[in-house]
Design a protein around this ligand. Structure first.
Ligand code: GDP
Length: 442
């Protein structure tokens, strides 16, 4: 998401920074390029036009042009306006009353998945969420919510498949909820391929009955301006309180995220960035602006990593490395930790400056298949070999290759990599250099 917009912005701003003295014409030209980039990213025409006008008004101010680093100043103005366009401050969920959340949206937008993700987040925050299936059109949808609920260990209310009255289901679910000791109720509703009268009428009835604290539209970012018009329709029908934008991990152009707030006036509260149930994140406009401008989102990265690996395991592994006692058992543990991180390339995109070098890193470097092969090699070693890899002479290498179904070349490569890692760990200077290089990425 956003990568082509980010590239265009990067190019334009690099040109602007390269100019010794900036004139009003330089700014106008740069903003024209940016406007085209925004439209190409599927940002709504009027939103793009107004946005550019705002930036221009601030950027041609006398102080900016006379300042020592006008290019930098303009980037800052652009960044702040972008964060404003995305909604300004993060808007948290309001759950201090009835705690009822109604999720709505079209089929396939990611409602059911998001219901599970939201339940998981709220649980981590110390709440006791309950999931309630109100999609009476597709029995599969009820089963899907039940499965998701099991995965996140949250109770699910599943109505009888013959039930047709959604308000009756909601009423019975409320009675059930009282026995469950929950404090947040997440209602998953029926969707359609597109908005139709029957869907809207049913949603209106359910909304009127539940009087939810939050009515959140789940919208697929990949549908671009379509997502924005869906949001407008649902808002007119029931009055949404916020938006959850899904599939921000995909390669859509990002226009939905940029136009959504401005067109609907409703905040984007969360962003879905993957199919896994822990891949739902609070939407922070300023951090998103950082990301779009290639400035990274380190806070976001730490949050994503924190939920997925055990801090104790990570510490243990670091200690083993520092003590020089690193063997193939530790190596295997580390690999498992890395694989839990999931989408490594996406994660690394949150590192400042990484977007610029991302293309140079081969996809194979993050290929789960390759990781599996490496794991197979280690698993084909005997316990003694794992502890003392120096005993792995050619005949053992042949056996390991045959046992793991790879070539001897791959076994040799792994042993060489492992040897290099060990050497590096034994040399504090080299470790320091490596850490320094990591900290000083462009
Ligand atoms: P619903 O019809 O609105 O309930 O949609 P589902 O929850 O069944 O989701 C439809 C598809 O989108 C499923 O394959 C989900 O795994 C996928 N999905 C949902 N959210 C995301 C997301 O944030 N990123 C990605 N890549 N896929 C998602």
């Amino acid at each position: 998401m956003f990568s082509s917009l980010s590239d265009s912005l990067d190019k334009t701003f690099r040109n602007l920074r390269g100019v010794g003295k900036i004139s009003e014409k330089n700014i106008t030209d740069a903003l024209r390029e940016i406007r085209v980039a925004l439209l190409e990213a599927d940002v709504e025409y009027l939103v793009a036009k107004e946005f550019i006008a705002h930036v221009k008004e601030k950027a041609v101010g006398a102080e900016v042009l006379k300042s020592i680093k006008p290019g930098e100043q303009i980037v800052k103005i652009f960044h702040d306006e972008l964060a404003e366009l995305l909604g300004g401050d993060q808007v948290p969920l309001q759950l201090d009353g009835s705690g009822r959340i109604l999720l709505c949206g079209l089929n396939g937008a990611g409602k059911t998945t998001t219901a599970g993700k939201l339940a998981m987040r709220l649980k981590r925050e110390g709440k006791k969420p309950l999931l309630i299936a109100c999609d009476l059109y597709r029995p599969a949808a009820i089963d899907q919510l039940a499965t998701v609920g099991k995965q996140v260990d949250v109770p699910v209310y599943t109505p009888d498949a013959s039930e047709t009255d959604v308000v009756k289901v909601a009423r019975e679910a409320l009675t059930w909820a009282e026995t469950q000791n929950g404090d947040v109720l997440i209602f998953d509703t029926a969707g359609r391929q597109e908005i139709d009268e029957r869907l809207v009428e049913e949603l209106k009835r359910l909304h009127a009955f539940l009087d939810p604290q939050e009515t959140l539209l789940v919208a697929d970012a990949a549908t671009g301006q379509g997502a924005v018009s869906v949001a407008k329709h649902f808002d007119e029908a029931v009055g949404i309180t916020g938006i959850i934008l899904t599939k921000l991990d995909g390669d859509a152009r990002g226009g939905a995220a940029l136009s959504m707030r401005s067109v609907t006036g409703k905040p984007i509260k969360y962003a879905g960035e993957g199919e896994k149930l822990d891949q739902l994140f609070e939407f922070h406009p300023d951090r998103m602006a950082d990301r779009i401008l290639g400035m990274g989102d380190v806070v976001g990265m730490v949050e994503q990593v924190a939920g997925r690996i055990d801090e104790k395991d990570a510490m243990k592994s670091m200690e083993r490395m520092a003590s020089g006692k690193f063997d193939f058992y530790d190596f295997l543990d580390q690999m498992k930790m890395i694989s839990k991180l999931g989408d490594m390339k996406g994660l690394m995109g949150l590192i400042p400056g990484f977007n610029k070098i991302k293309k140079q890193i081969p996809d194979a470097a993050f290929d789960p298949k390759r990781m599996k092969r490496t794991e197979a090699i280690v698993l084909s070693m005997t316990p003694d070999e794992r502890r003392r890899p120096e005993i792995i002479k050619p005949s053992r290498r042949k056996r390991i290759a045959a046992g793991s179904g790879v070539t001897i070349i791959e076994v040799n490569r792994l042993l060489k990599q492992f040897g290099d890692m060990r050497k590096m760990m034994k040399s504090p200077k080299k470790m320091q250099k490596m850490m320094g290089q990591m900290g000083g990425m462009p």
